[in-house]
Design a protein. Structure first.
Length: 651
């Protein structure tokens, strides 16, 4: 027996021959750890029929039978104010088109916040489905001198209760046994009351019967939060963490990047030595190794970026940063939930845009969607690393800090500030805000993240990056290689233009300068010439519309064709072949500054355009986003080029 799902809004229902149990709970209750452990990460993702809220479905093997486990969005209440919360209510009540009501429900509750969790438990039990409760963080409850009698707790609720420590796998075997017998789960004799006053009394009676002692405040958490949540010192620490964050990315990843570069240089040399066909050697050496390999060089930075993010999130610092940034969000006219969406966009704008489903206001959702592409996603990282490396000597320092890391931090700050301004502007376009609704965010105690969770975050990001390199980027670079090498030139044609057919470097340079790619690059030259771009940069910028990393792959192809042994040096010494700037270096400080700023603003990701279309249900807003961001990118890049040229004394 198995489960399957269909991706895309309006997709078909989950088709299953196995019992379906939904997993629900509040955010940070350990629900995802339970789901991952039960399903062994064999999860499929898709959307609920007719809506664009994500679903996660996996198969749990219990020994006796397979069960379909569906992870519902985390929420604190079944009184919905956002699309995520509404879909949870609709699933439990069987109101999703093409879906049957689930067979049973498993509720994850955090033992350290049991009083608050019981209000949600009461609402779920009131739905009348067979239910069981998985109590998480009982180890932390004991450490903080709290207490809970699990047997008495189950008796008070009238449903089965099991203790689970998801990140360590404790209690999972017992949970599997419990799930296998879902048909025999007892039901509460009386459903919990719905009247608020009676519900409060019910919660007190359950806690008293279960001998619940709430945990004392975590001593370390209290002392550290006195600093990290302080409006002044907390902000100082936040910026210090960000500075160290980017210093680490450049400092630690540079040696690893050197090893990857050496590997691809050797592979390229082997291709040149052993592949006799010039076309095949060019495709393998220039397109794949020079292009795709030029992007794979940045895998160390990508993995280190996600390692640091996973550590900061796992230790509990990210929620503190969200608390500090809530004040900034308010100035932009957004509520705290929007920060979570924008924070997700640091990895990729797509999950950030999808996370806007948690926002109850449609105006806030739209403003956040229009701002999310400005956040500095991981796809920009290879471009920034390449350009900053061309602009700044690795040894350059400002006091104790490397200048490269400080410029990288400045680029991330530019993206964040621009996103806030864009959100503010679209809020005003939407004629202000509606009523402010409550915003809840957990402040978990500081914990050491498990090695497993950190490795999962790193491996997921690496797999996603490699998948893009072997699909979108590989196809794009192969196409660009053809454009750079066609049309073919005969020996007679080469001699007629003063090129020795036996001089491989001269032939390659002539072919590239008279290729279809060069023609396309020169066609758009009037648009990009004020920014200091030549036709090779133009082609790289155009190719980046499919994926930003393709910019690096395209320049990697050009550099590998000019100097396969030292492509990085080939980029630094690249000159204009003709025109008013003939003989001058292409990558001057004004041109690099313009490129950095252009990539900071431009919407160069068709997948992001597609997700905005899916979330808004119309082509109007993705076209607005693409148009305003492209125009903004050009204007800001022109300003950066002009100012840098004035400061440098010339372009």
């Amino acid at each position: 027996m198995s489960a399957s799902c269909h991706d895309g809004a309006g997709s078909g229902a989950v088709v299953t021959s196995a019992p379906r149990i939904v997993l629900c709970g509040s955010p940070n209750a350990g629900k995802t750890s339970i789901f991952n452990t039960l399903t062994g990460l064999r999860a499929k993702t898709g959307n609920y029929p007719g809506v664009t809220v994500s679903r996660f479905v996996g198969t749990a093997r219990t020994g006796r039978l397979d069960l379909v486990i569906e992870d519902l969005p985390g929420t604190y209440s079944l009184e919905p104010i956002s699309p995520d919360e509404q879909i949870m209510v609709d699933v439990l009540d069987g109101r999703v088109d093409g879906e049957q009501r689930p067979d049973a429900v498993l509720i994850a509750v955090d033992a350290t916040t049991l009083r608050r969790s019981l209000r949600f438990v009461a609402q779920v039990l009131g739905r009348g489905l067979p239910a069981a409760v998985a109590v998480t963080f009982t180890d932390e409850l004991a450490t903080r001198q709290g207490g809970l009698d699990l047997d008495a707790f189950g008796q008070a609720l009238g449903v089965p209760v099991v203790r689970v420590v998801g990140n360590r796998g404790e209690g999972i075997d017992r949970l599997r046994e419990l799930l296998a017998g879902w048909q025999s789960w007892p039901m509460p004799v009386l459903a919990p009351p719905s009247d608020p006053a009676e519900l409060d009394a019910w919660i007190e009676s359950v806690l008293t019967y279960a001998a619940y002692r709430p945990p004392g405040r975590h001593t370390v958490t209290r002392r550290v939060d006195a600093v990290l949540l302080h409006p002044v010192w907390g902000t100082v620490v936040f910026f210090a963490v960000m500075v160290l964050f980017f210093q680490t990315i450049f400092g630690l990843a540079a040696p690893l990047q050197g090893y990857v570069e050496t590997l691809f240089a050797r592979l390229s040399g082997m291709v040149s030595e052993h592949v006799r066909s010039p076309w095949l050697a060019g495709l393998l050496g220039d397109a794949l190794l020079g292009g795709v390999g030029g992007v794979l060089v940045f895998v160390p930075q990508i993995m280190l970026l996600f390692l640091l993010i996973a550590l900061l999130e796992g230790v509990g610092y990210m929620s503190r940063a969200a608390f500090l940034m809530d004040r900034v969000m308010a100035r932009a006219g957004l509520e705290g939930r929007a920060f979570v969406s924008l924070l997700s966009s640091f990895a990729c704008a797509i999950p950030g845009i999808m996370a806007t489903r948690t926002l109850p206001s449609s105006r806030d959702r739209l403003a956040t969607m229009m701002a999310a592409p400005l956040m500095t996603c991981s796809a920009r990282l290879p471009v920034y690393v390449l350009l900053i490396g061309l602009l700044v000597d690795p040894a350059a320092r400002v006091g104790p800090f490397g200048l490269q890391g400080l410029i990288m931090l400045a680029m991330y700050l530019l993206g964040a500030v621009s996103a806030m301004l864009a959100a503010w502007a679209f809020q005003r376009i939407g004629r202000g805000r509606g009523a402010t609704l409550p915003f809840y965010m957990e402040m978990p105690p500081y914990r050491l993240p498990t090695a497993r969770s950190v490795l999962i975050a790193m491996s997921d990001s690496a797999r996603s990056f490699l998948r893009k390199c072997t699909t979108i980027i590989a196809v794009t670079t192969a196409g660009l290689w053809l454009l750079l090498n066609l049309p073919l030139h005969s020996a007679a044609d080469l001699r007629a233009h003063g090129v020795d057919p036996g001089d491989g470097t001269a032939v390659t340079a002539y072919a590239a300068d008279h290729s279809y790619a060069a023609g396309l690059g020169r066609l758009v030259a009037p648009v990009f010439a004020p920014l200091g771009f030549d036709w090779r940069i133009n082609i790289a910028v155009l190719s980046a519309q499919s994926a930003r990393e393709t910019f690096v792959a395209t320049l990697g192809q050009v550099a590998a064709a000019e100097d396969p042994e030292q492509p990085a040096q080939a980029l630094r010494s690249m000159t204009y072949p003709d025109g008013p700037h003939a003989g001058r270096r292409v990558f001057t400080a004004p041109t690099i500054a313009a490129l950095l700023v252009y990539f900071a603003f431009a919407l160069q990701c068709m997948a992001t355009v597609g997700i905005i279309r899916r979330e808004t249900g119309t082509w109007k807003w993705p076209l607005v986003a693409f148009t305003y961001l492209t125009a903004l990118a050009w204007v800001m890049a022109f300003a950066a080029h002009t100012v840098t040229a004035l400061l440098a004394g010339g372009g």
